[in-house]
Design a binder for this molecule. Structure first.
Ligand SMILES: *Cc1c(COP(=O)(O)O)cnc(C)c1O
Length: 432
């Protein structure tokens, strides 16, 4: 893999050396370590609009957007001002505050499948709580998930299939008890027959099916027509809950998330990222009779010292209101469509038949000319070629996610000038 010259970013190189002494791998979340592309991460000291600035004074057009939350770009003034004002009133109360109610009301209004919602501090907490709640509500233990769908670092969900269409899970991570992983069935995405077979065999034991309705953690690919409908039908038929993990897609692909686009009503939904405006927030919600199983009303325990934190609520509400006020989704589609056209034209010009996927402001360029519709087909990508492309773009001042298996994010702050510069840099990188 490409090993770029560390002397290009001496401050970052020094910081990373020090970080490795005190933080495992030098990072607080593994993909930041650049293992997927080789080389070392840079350290960011400032971010504004569509730009990030590293500790060596370099500037980049950013398509990671802190992995999704920065849908209005970095540090939008409406959000920053709201956080400043909230901070002046106190940092955490640990007792109800009015903004929690407004946040919950807004979520229920925008995502009609959610009748009641609880606020947490991360996407991981949201999916973890959905699984516990589904088990508590149904009195069943088994969970179906799909290969390539990421739901945070929850024990029960850190499992992907071995070989075969229907394999009981083996943990992906050391430290996940095999007995727990056993309860998770992992199936290939878009494989209707595999899901039908699983339900036929053990439908009465399945508490829930959890998925990203738009899988965006193994690159970005889409459900085939009818797949989500089939999941909805099978869950209803067998008394299992359908859980949509919209931590990434919620409030990004549409006001009401992927479920609005596809017209499918899940029983539970997990949210995060955009909802926090850059602060740590997650949420999960759904049918009232399920949510009422949560403590203090019901027997399923769930809690959080900082849940509904006033700064996080202020940031999230300010961001959601700005999205609605400006109908940002139409603008994001415009920028996204123009970007897609430009990349397709470049691919044609340089004679590369790579698969470009996009929905609204999310995109992924797979370095393969084959159709990509699940984890196995995504893995046909040429990762060496991706790594070369990534580093060429980075050196040209354009930052894409440091892995073939991540989505890219456009924000409303990406200007025509940003996109023109990105077009030139990617064209050069693809031609190389
Ligand atoms: C990011 C993500 C999570 C995990 O959220 P964290 O806030 O990182 O814990 C869960 N599900 C999906 C689909 C995600 O993209």
């Amino acid at each position: 893999m490409t090993t770029p010259d560390p002397t290009l970013r001496p401050q970052s190189a020094e910081l990373f050396a020090r970080a490795k002494r005190f933080i495992p791998g030098g990072v607080n979340s593994p993909v930041r370590a650049f293992r997927g592309v080789g080389g070392e991460p840079f350290f960011v000291t400032r971010a504004e609009a569509a730009h990030i600035y590293d500790s060596d004074g370099r500037e980049y057009v950013d398509f990671v957007g802190t992995w999704g939350p920065a849908i209005l770009g970095h540090a939008p003034s409406v959000v920053v001002e709201a956080v400043r004002a909230a901070a002046g009133r106190g940092l955490s109360f640990g007792i109800p505050n009015p903004d929690e109610v407004e946040m919950a009301r807004t979520i229920c209004e925008w995502v009609p499948s959610i009748k009641k919602v609880r606020l947490v501090n991360s996407g991981t907490e949201a999916t973890m709580s959905c699984v516990r709640l589904a088990r508590g509500f149904t009195g069943r233990d088994r969970i179906i998930k799909f290969e390539g769908c990421y739901h945070g670092h929850v024990d029960a969900l850190l499992v992907k299939a071995g070989s075969g269409a229907l394999t009981h899970g083996r943990p992906d991570s050391a430290g996940v008890p095999a007995a727990l992983a056993e309860l998770t069935l992992t199936l290939p995405f878009n494989d209707e027959a595999a899901v039908r077979a699983a339900f036929a065999r053990e439908g009465a034991q399945i508490a829930a099916v959890i998925l990203e309705p738009i899988p965006a953690n193994a690159g970005l690919y889409f459900a085939r027509p009818g797949f989500l409908e089939t999941l909805r039908e099978l869950c209803t038929q067998h008394g299992a809950l359908l859980i949509f993990d919209e931590v990434m897609t919620g409030f990004r692909v549409a006001r009401g998330g992927a479920q609005e686009i596809y017209g499918i009503t899940p029983d539970l939904t997990a949210l995060g990222k955009v909802i926090g405006g850059g602060l740590p927030v997650g949420a999960f919600g759904g049918r009232a009779e399920i949510m009422d199983q949560l403590s203090p009303d019901g027997p399923v325990y769930q809690a959080g010292t900082l849940s509904g934190n006033p700064l996080a609520m202020a940031a999230g509400l300010a961001q959601l209101r700005e999205l609605a006020r400006t109908n940002a989704w139409a603008r994001l589609e415009e920028i996204g469509a123009a970007f897609e056209d430009a990349v397709r034209a470049t691919l044609k010009k340089v004679g590369k038949r790579y698969s470009l996927h996009r929905i609204g402001s999310m995109f992924c360029l797979f370095f393969t000319d084959g159709e990509v519709y699940d984890l196995a087909t995504a893995q046909r990508s040429d990762r060496q070629a991706f790594a070369r492309f990534f580093h060429a773009c980075l050196d040209g001042g354009v930052y894409f996610a440091p892995s073939q298996f991540e989505a890219g994010f456009i924000s409303t702050a990406h200007t025509g000038a940003d996109m023109a510069r990105t077009g030139e840099v990617t064209a050069r990188a693809l031609a190389a």
